[in-house]
Design a protein around this ligand. Structure first.
Ligand code: ATP
Ligand code: MG
Length: 224
């Protein structure tokens, strides 16, 4: 194996995870593999600002992420956003992570996003500041091709300027580059799972059994 340059980056994976499913788990696993990440830190959103309130509380979403990731030593779970008193923007979470008593400024960090989340990046608070704090790793997602011609104009310029073809480029600096990676296409979404549960259909094999058992125990997505 060729000697690696720089320090292995830490992946940062945010989401509402309402509920967490195999699309998320494969994204994190394949990102770790393709981008040679030391670990992936999952950060469930507390109260997301950009979308409708999640159907279940932050506590339950966090518990499900704990259950789903428990068997993987390369996965960490960070409850900072769930514990925060108010809704948090990703940029503020990353600024906190960059503080000296946390991860510091030098460690390469890679914010992991599915292609749909990447295309919506210009809606994020201070989105251009994100790349001063992290690299971005974009996973292909079924139904959301990364079509440069269709991205918002400001994002296209940023994408062209910062895209690197070799994922190891993410190891050479702390932040500022964009890499894409192909993951096993899995047309799973939390929306689909909520719809299945609401109609009394089985979500089995779309998410871990432990998570399904937790959902059932707490009746999180009741039938109506
Ligand atoms: P919802 O349907 O409620 O939006 P979701 O399945 O999209 O849920 P999120 O919590 O919104 O899940 O997504 C967290 C991150 O995971 C986002 O960056 C999203 O693009 C990515 N992601 C979710 N599902 C997949 C999938 N099947 N393939 C690739 N990326 C995914
Ligand atoms: Mg989503």
């Amino acid at each position: 194996m060729p000697e690696k340059q720089g320090e292995q980056p830490l992946g940062i994976f945010g989401g509402t995870f309402d509920p967490v499913h195999f699309g998320h788990l494969r994204l994190a696993e394949e990102a770790a593999d393709h981008l040679q990440l030391a670990a992936v830190r999952w950060i469930p959103a507390g109260q997301p600002l950009l979308r409708a309130a999640p159907q279940v509380s932050a506590r339950h979403r966090l518990a499900m992420v704990h259950l789903a990731t428990a068997g993987n030593p390369g996965f960490e779970v960070d409850a900072a956003e769930v514990d925060a008193a108010q809704a948090s923007y990703t940029v503020l979470t990353l600024e906190r992570l960059r503080q000296a008593n946390q991860l510091g400024k030098r460690r390469p960090l890679v914010l992991l996003l599915g292609a749909d989340a990447f295309a919506a990046l210009p809606n994020w608070h201070r989105w251009q500041s994100l790349l001063e704090l992290v690299h971005i790793g974009v996973a292909h997602r079924s139904g959301f091709p990364i079509d440069v011609g269709k991205l918002p104009e400001t994002l296209t310029a940023c994408y062209r300027e910062r895209l690197c073809t070799q994922p190891t480029a993410l190891h050479e600096s702390a932040a500022g580059r964009i890499a894409t990676f192909a993951m096993t296409p899995l047309g799973i979404s939390a929306t689909q799972i909520r719809t299945l549960l609401a109609s009394g259909s089985s979500p089995r094999y779309l998410l871990p059994d432990e998570v399904i058992a937790y959902i059932r125990k707490h009746n999180l997505y009741p039938e109506y």
